[in-house]
Ligand binder design. Structure first.
Ligand code: ATP
Ligand code: MG
Length: 392
């Protein structure tokens, strides 16, 4: 049986004069995600986007699984497509919804008719199809208030669609409609979630990761690449920048007060990220910080880190508990990768007693006591030489 995917617009529907632009971005992202599965055509009507397969052998389970991760729709369903007459509609409803009806005790039919030329009106469609289904499945009773299965019939311009209801889709607004930001992506639980959350608000994300070989391993880097891959069904293709950070960390260890090591390191991370952003038209940074989670994420530490930034820093998980972050990490399937025990550069040379209430003046004085500039420029230069593209 011929099927299509229907996506119900969320916030896009409220965009007034800009709606078309948002719809186009949404369709562009859908097209990109579904293209490897075969040919689809896209149309829109009344805040619905129709993905219509044009090849016969398309894996529709996979298509739905991909489409439901593309930000911009609040609900998704797959529907059978039939001709616009009651015989075809009844036959299709029996075939397409039969299995669910077989196992249910109660049902109802819900009809919508946007093609007013169709000879029956909505209540008449419900009556007729309800009668046919009751005859075919005599164990069923009609329950209009709380049915176990709702058979939806939509009579539209070119065809009739039959389905048993929506499920939630990704929500958000289409990636690419809110500008570009750089995600500081570690191997941990929080930063992939932070990237996912900002992509949900339409931001096109690039990722940057700092490595300190030989203190951090090739496996640790692979883990972060895997995380980047995991969030790409939501975030789209991602440019991945890998920063060689060993020399900077060694210089910090050898030249700065131990208790300020982490804060200084984080300020230099921000500086490197910003330079790469500025050279690539990226206008904000994203981190996975959550207030109070660890010593480097106290208010005082965040103030000192953000003070090193010329551009806005988004911390979307800032007010969330770890359990709330973990819940999202499980949902987007990054959790199992994040908990693999590989070292991060942030755990290299960690001070025994990091300062939790540093003053900005002492942090700046410590940073100015050594000339990091040549090391920072070198790290930026080496990073931009080998950027990779992840996902799709
Ligand atoms: P996460 O779970 O995201 O690793 P965390 O709780 O371990 O966070 P920190 O290690 O203090 O926290 O790092 C805070 C933030 O700094 C991270 O969320 C991430 O955005 C960034 N970060 C830490 N280490 C790296 C790294 N090696 N490369 C890129 N960004 C990093
Ligand atoms: Mg971490």
């Amino acid at each position: 049986m011929k099927e299509i995917i229907l996506l119900k617009e969320g916030e896009i529907a409220l965009k007034g004069l800009n709606k078309r632009q948002f719809e186009e971005a949404f369709i562009k992202n859908l097209r990109h995600r579904l293209k490897p599965l075969g040919k689809f055509e896209y149309t829109r009507a009344q805040s619905l986007i129709y993905c219509i397969p044009r090849d016969d052998d398309i894996d529709m389970d996979e298509a739905v699984s991909r489409a439901e991760k593309v930000f911009g729709a609040v609900a998704i369903c797959r529907a059978a497509v039939t001709e616009k007459n009651m015989d075809s509609i009844s036959a299709a409803a029996i075939e397409y919804c039969g299995e669910e009806l077989e196992y249910a005790r109660t049902f109802k039919v819900c009809a919508k008719r946007s093609d007013k030329g169709f000879p029956l009106n909505s209540p008449q469609i419900c009556m007729e199809l309800g009668g046919i289904l009751s005859e075919k499945f005599p164990h069923l009773t009609v329950d209009v208030k709380n049915p176990q299965v709702t058979v939806n019939v939509e009579i539209r311009d070119t065809a009739a669609y039959i389905h048993t209801g929506n499920r939630p889709a990704a929500g958000g607004i289409p990636v690419g409609t809110s500008g570009k930001a750089m995600l500081l992506l570690s191997g941990g639980i929080d930063s992939p979630v932070a990237g996912y959350m900002m992509a949900k608000r339409g931001i096109d994300i690039s990722a940057i990761h700092y490595v300190s070989p030989p203190y951090t391993s090739e496996r640790a880097l692979m883990k972060v690449e895997q995380l980047c891959e995991k969030i790409s069904p939501y975030c789209g293709d991602t440019a991945f920048y890998c920063v060689p950070f060993t020399e900077i960390q060694e210089a910090l260890r050898d030249n700065c007060p131990e208790e300020l090591f982490t804060i200084l390191m984080r300020r230099i991370m921000m500086e490197i990220a910003q330079r790469i952003c500025e050279a690539n038209g990226i206008s904000a940074l994203i981190t996975g910080e959550s207030v109070g989670q660890v010593a480097s994420q106290t208010m005082g530490a965040i103030v000192c880190t953000d003070a090193a930034c010329r551009m806005p820093v988004f911390h979307p998980v800032i007010g969330m508990d770890k359990t709330e972050i973990v819940e999202i990490a499980r949902k987007i399937d990054t959790f199992d990768i994040s908990i693999q025990p590989y070292e991060d550069c942030c755990t290299v040379f960690t001070p025994k007693h990091p300062k939790t209430k540093p003053s900005l003046a002492e942090v700046e004085a410590a940073q100015n006591s050594f000339d990091f500039e040549p090391l920072i420029s070198k790290a930026v230069e080496e990073t931009v030489k080998k950027v990779i593209k992840v996902g799709g």
